[in-house]
Design a protein around this ligand. Sequence first.
Ligand SMILES: Nc1nc2c(ncn2[C@@H]2O[C@H](COP(=O)(O)OP(=O)(O)O)[C@@H](O)[C@H]2O)c(=O)[nH]1
Ligand SMILES: [Mg+2]
Length: 294
Amino acid sequence: MHVSIVLPCYNEQDHVVDEVARICKAMDASEMTYELLAFDDCSSDGTLERLRAAEPDHPHLRVIPRHRNGGSGTIRRLGSERARGDVVVWTDADMSYPNERIPELVRILDEDMTVDQVVGARTSEEGTHKVLRVPAKWMIRKIAERLSDSKIPDLNSGLRAFRRDVARPYLRLLPAGFSCVTTITLAFLCNNHDVRYVPIDYFKRAGTSKFHFTKDAYRYILQVLRMVMYFNPLKVLMPLALWLLGLAVLKGIVDQFVHNILYFSNNTMLMFMSGLLIASLALLADLIVRSRVD
Ligand SMILES: Nc1nc2c(ncn2[C@@H]2O[C@H](COP(=O)(O)OP(=O)(O)O)[C@@H](O)[C@H]2O)c(=O)[nH]1
Ligand SMILES: [Mg+2]
């Protein structure tokens, strides 16, 4: 088995079969061995019935029903854990990603052993809540780029292919919801696994999105900070600590020599102590990361 495609499906009855057919057609044409794992996560519409009905037409499709809703992140984690292919592919079941290009992404991994993950980077924004989503996503992406020291054209694309063995230690870190895709990108980048981006088109989704702006955006930024703290805490905490210490020293000097105050004022001491505390926390967190056996 070469490729395992994980497809989380939740209330996608009108197009889920088209999506399955499109993926199977492209994979059959590529002559790669594959399995398509379609998880139904307790949909309240006819998604499961339609998937079941399509099963006889697609020998590589495996429909896996779940009895309690766990979110798309949970499904992607479970799917990757039970994948039998060397390469795992994640995508959406809503006709928004050009899934006929999956073989092309896999082929990049086959041809270049130094690349561990290939991400379909969207060149246009077709999502919901566009006015709020675009600036918020831009800001989070900039923070993530700074913290991971790499250029990230698309931080939360839903279409990607990666080596199963490389991803295995990070699977348990995947959160239940939408920030799951961000997590796997950052886990690879923070651990120096090469990620390649391929520009792709992105289409308006069929059916309705399950993304809630306020709830999911908050989780999203939290997840970026958490992942970088998890792998490289000095990067998050040390700049803050050094700024506070630097400002305190500067203020102390100015007070002494310009204003002729012969003691250190309260706010100078407060800044100095905060900087010192955060610096010790940073070192402690770093110690934990370094002594951890994954
Ligand atoms: N299994 C499962 N899949 C879900 C759930 N919520 C969303 N999905 C699927 O995850 C994919 C991405 O969700 P979507 O609503 O398109 O999010 P968006 O692409 O960020 O707008 C789609 O294939 C959905 O069917 C869920 O609770 N469980
Ligand atoms: Mg989608």
